[in-house]
Design a protein around this ligand. Structure first.
Ligand code: DAT
Ligand code: MG
Length: 146
């Protein structure tokens, strides 16, 4: 399986409830390598840009207001099959339907306040990483070289 990178966001509800440490510990315990990380607060415009794929959804205004309501922790994770592994560890969008043991099941409050974001494909991951990080902020070690 190929080494990939993905973008994760610890969302405002989790940051506000003091869950950054628990979420990051879980990611690291799962062997997910953090190669970039910073705390930021999105503007409403910034959240709209990030979630532009959902601009026609009825929840778009609420989602982007929420995502800009407080600081978030954004991070780049690296590893084999990391995109799919992170999605599995997160659980499905609605915490009430997420499987036991997943982060959303453990800590989620609602479909909107669902703790964590993870990119859903290699193409999305590259675009989302570039939305937040410059190359200088990603501390990846070359793999499979030569
Ligand atoms: P995911 O975050 O599981 O990839 P998504 O990409 O479909 O889910 O939606 C992005 C975010 O938008 C999701 O984490 C929470 C919010 N959202 C999705 N569906 C929603 C709904 N029906 N009502 C309210 N918020 C929703
Ligand atoms: Mg998504």
């Amino acid at each position: 399986m190929a080494v990939e990178q993905t973008l994760t966001i610890i969302k405002p509800d989790a940051v506000a409830r003091g869950l950054m440490g628990k979420v990051l510990e879980t990611l690291e315990m799962e062997g997910m390598k953090i190669v970039g990380m910073k705390m930021v607060q999105l503007t409403k415009r910034g959240a709209e840009g990030f979630y532009q794929v959902h601009r026609l959804q009825p929840f778009f205004d609420s989602l982007t207001t929420y995502m800009s309501s407080g600081p978030v922790m954004v991070a780049v994770l690296e590893g084999e099959g990391i995109i799919e592994r992170l999605r599995r560890l997160m659980g499905v969008t609605d915490p009430q339907k997420a499987a036991p043991g997943t982060l959303r099941h453990r800590y989620g409050i609602s479909v909107q306040e669902n703790v964590i974001h993870g990119s859903d494909s290699p193409e999305t991951a590259q675009w989302e990483i570039g939305y937040f990080f410059s190359q200088m902020e990603i501390h990846s070690r070359p793999v499979n070289s030569g």
